[in-house]
Design a protein around this ligand. Structure first.
Ligand code: FE
Ligand code: FE
Ligand code: FE
Length: 180
């Protein structure tokens, strides 16, 4: 039991560090995004993330510990990759697609962490903490779903544009086949 409590605290510090890093990185991504939908999705998640940090601070308070982050190499790596994409992508559409994918990788890390923490909070009998963790978990899942939707709609638009550029090709082939 004592071991799980310690693990809970360490993981809380891990995600606290990650959320703080996200608060630092998301504004940059919102500024760099060309798609206004993507940019506003990032902006909206900044606000949510501020609330998530507050929830974590409440939980630190519940376990009688000062809120303190612990360096998360996974988050650092994800942020580094996002930074590389932003620097290297020359095309606006490609940069948006890369940033969207990077953001989803972060959401997936968060979903994993919050799912685990909520389950551990249950085990430790910390009902209120579990509720707070599940509220954040839901926000991360909703954000991930929203990003997926955005990815699909942008891909569809591009596909339509590509098709519009060569309208004759398909129908010519069709006619030819019909004649044979
Ligand atoms: Fe978060
Ligand atoms: Fe971590
Ligand atoms: Fe998130």
């Amino acid at each position: 039991m004592e071991t799980l409590e310690k693990l809970f605290e360490e993981t809380l510090r891990d995600i606290y560090y990650a959320e703080k890093a996200i608060l630092k990185n998301l504004p940059k991504m919102a500024r760099k995004a060309t798609s206004s939908d993507l940019s506003s999705a990032f902006e909206e998640h900044i606000e949510q993330t501020e609330g998530q940090v507050e929830r974590l601070e409440q939980i630190f308070d519940m376990i009688g510990k000062a809120p303190r982050g612990k360096r998360c190499p996974a988050m650092d790596g994800l942020a580094e990759e996002a930074g590389e994409i932003m620097q290297e992508a020359k095309d606006d559409t490609v940069r948006d697609a890369g940033m969207l994918a990077a953001a989803q990788a972060v959401e997936h890390y968060e979903i994993s962490r919050y799912g685990t923490l909520a389950a551990w909070a249950d085990k430790l009998g910390m009902t209120e903490a579990a509720e707070l963790l599940r509220a954040t978990l839901q926000e991360e899942k909703d954000t991930d779903a929203k990003l997926s939707e955005l990815a699909l709609s942008e891909i569809n638009v591009e596909a339509e544009q590509a098709e519009a550029k060569s309208p004759g090709r398909k129908s010519r082939g069709g006619r030819k086949e019909a004649a044979e």
